[in-house]
Design a protein around this ligand. Structure first.
Ligand code: HEM
Length: 531
């Protein structure tokens, strides 16, 4: 027993020195007076076992069952405050933004996986280096910076339709859209970071990056990774999590090195494209270290490649349903209202987000399919006075974005329904509601909000305008989409949702116009960023 007792030591990462033993019932932060604790925690594991695979849905259920939107739970040796309602999430993220600016460090992700390339921005604790990285990423992803990326948006969204057109044999064959959207998202960030893209949907390097990234995302979740919270599990012989983490780290190091070597080679040949890593390798007024650069590139590449496909694929799923046919028709009419000639809609789709109905679909897709259901964990740096209860520094804060995004008190009784029209103040003609602050919680909020939200919205908008203006999207009868906002996700324990596979039929609205748009886009983009 004493051997086990000695093993249950309380340290967060391998670099930090071990602190004396605190076992079974103790947590890093003592019980927080004034914040209700969910009953039923067990020794060592706390609430971990009760949380199961789907933390967001279980916490949402506890919120309704006990009638506390904010409560504390125990994840093994870690105490966490969970925030559920829309208003409380907003108050915590925006009202206390300086106090909750930090991120927790986790044994597996920070100690094992990130030991070579540094932490991504989204997993970096708040310090000067994180501040510099966030600033650099913020500049590269700002609204003004988007202007510089128009050719890339044009090319990548053209490639989706080009290949769907080919692979669906002008509508005869049902297709699964997710692989095309994955390439879209990944090529965009690879181009930004390295000036490199892959043309084939099933390119080996592209699929390796996607595979390794998703596998790492799984290792970041509490349910898949109990050893982060129950330290004794780290010492079990043949620890599979550790072995898997190291394997994935090595595979990720290999492709990141390959990408950077390609950039170095292109710089030598004088063929490099303007991109973040080339600018830094050429030392263009940068104050960033090598590790910071790889961390920024890693953050951008990993920030978009699951989130965009998860959101866009699921939105296409909802549009393809029987009910979705009316939304598609109205979106198409609205596109035609602004661009009577669809060729103009194609050319302007990456320049500005002008069509209200399409903007409404983008917002609803973000809200309804909360792809990062529990957002990214935060940690307090200073005390938070929560209605008189004092949440101490260094407390983990979990934002239940899925619960807040489906909060009937904020979004109304139909919060659990996909309905783009909730974002419109009138339908005839469609007009957007004036934005009154935070629309939904899917990009987080406050000082650590998503750095990529402008580029994400543009990517979703451009792809939807092009897709809807060319096709009627109809769900497959044999492999239809799952449009439940929880169950659409096949791996609920992953940090970012992986939608269940489904197929759609793409019925061209007018084959001549599709071909015209494709030919014009081919001529415009030929020569940009050759793979
Ligand atoms: C639909 C698409 C996306 C969704 C739903 C999404 C969601 C999120 C969420 C929930 C956070 C945490 C926010 C918080 O703690 O308040 C985050 C952080 C972040 N996202 Fe995104 N994201 C998306 C796309 C992107 C893209 C395309 C990029 C980059 C190209 C990106 C880069 C980042 C970065 C760098 C952070 C870390 C910010 C920080 O910790 O300071 N994201 N994202």
């Amino acid at each position: 027993m004493s051997a086990i007792y000695n093993l249950v030591i309380d340290f967060q990462t391998p670099e930090e020195p071990a602190k004396p033993v605190k076992v079974a019932f103790n947590t890093d932060i003592p019980h927080i007076k004034g914040v209700p604790e969910i009953p039923g925690a067990v020794p060592i594991f706390g609430h971990l076992l009760k949380l199961g695979d789907d933390h967001a849905s279980v916490c949402e259920k506890w919120w309704r069952q006990y009638n506390y939107s904010v409560f504390q739970i125990r994840l093994g040796n870690t105490r966490a405050v969970v925030v559920n309602s829309f208003d409380d999430c907003r108050k915590m993220l925006v009202g206390h933004q300086n106090a909750v600016i930090d991120r927790p460090k986790l044994y597996t992700f920070h100690g094992l996986i990130s030991s070579t390339q540094g932490f991504t921005i989204g997993s970096s604790p708040w310090d000067d280096s994180c501040h510099r990285k966030r600033k650099a990423a913020g500049t590269a992803l700002s609204r003004p910076a988007l202007r510089g990326y128009h050719p890339m948006f044009d090319l990548e969204s053209y490639c989706i339709i080009r290949d769907l057109y080919k692979d669906s044999c002008t509508g005869d064959i049902e297709v699964s859209v997710r692989p095309y959207v994955q390439r879209y998202a990944l090529n965009t960030t690879l181009t930004l970071c390295y000036g490199i893209r892959m043309d084939a949907v099933y390119d080996n390097l592209l699929r390796e990056i996607l595979y390794v990234g998703s596998a790492i995302s799984l290792l970041r979740s509490a349910s898949e990774n109990m050893q982060d919270y129950v330290p004794i599990l780290r010492y079990f012989p043949n620890n599979e999590k550790n072995a898997r983490s190291k394997e994935l780290r090595e595979r990720r190091d290999a492709y990141l090195k390959l990408l950077l070597d390609k950039v170095r080679e292109m710089i030598k040949q004088g063929t490099d494209k303007p991109c973040i890593s080339a600018a830094i390798l050429k030392d263009e007024e940068t104050k960033l270290t090598g590790v910071e650069v790889s961390s920024i590139c890693l953050s951008l590449v990993s920030g978009g490649f699951e989130t965009i496909p998860g959101t866009l694929t699921s939105a296409i799923g909802s549009l393809s349903t029987e009910e979705g046919q009316a939304w598609q028709d109205r979106a198409y009419e609205d596109i035609k209202r602004y661009y009577p000639d669809i060729r103009d809609a194609w050319e302007d789709s990456y320049v500005q987000e002008k069509v209200p109905y399409v903007n409404a679909i983008v917002k609803e897709a973000g809200r309804y399919y909360t792809v990062s259901a529990m957002s990214l964990p935060r940690k307090t740096v200073t005390e938070v006075n929560w209605n008189g209860a004092i949440i101490p520094p260094k407390t983990m804060i979990l934002i239940n974005a899925q619960a807040g995004n489906h909060d009937v008190d904020h979004f109304g009784p139909d919060a659990g329904k996909f309905d783009p029209e909730r974002w419109l103040k009138s339908l005839d003609p469609p007009a957007e509601r004036e934005s009154a602050g935070l629309g939904h919680l899917s990009f987080g909020a406050g000082a650590r909000a998503c750095s990529g939200q402008y580029i994400a919205s543009r990517l979703l908008y451009t792809a939807l305008v092009r897709l809807i203006s060319c096709y009627k999207i109809v769900a497959s009868e044999t492999e239809p989409p799952n449009t439940d906002y929880v169950d659409y996700n096949t791996i609920k324990s992953a940090l970012v949702a992986i939608p269940r596979d489904f197929k759609v039929k793409l019925v061209p609205r007018d084959t001549h116009i599709v071909e015209d748009c494709l030919n014009a886009a081919y001529r415009r983009t030929e020569g940009y960023y050759k793979g």
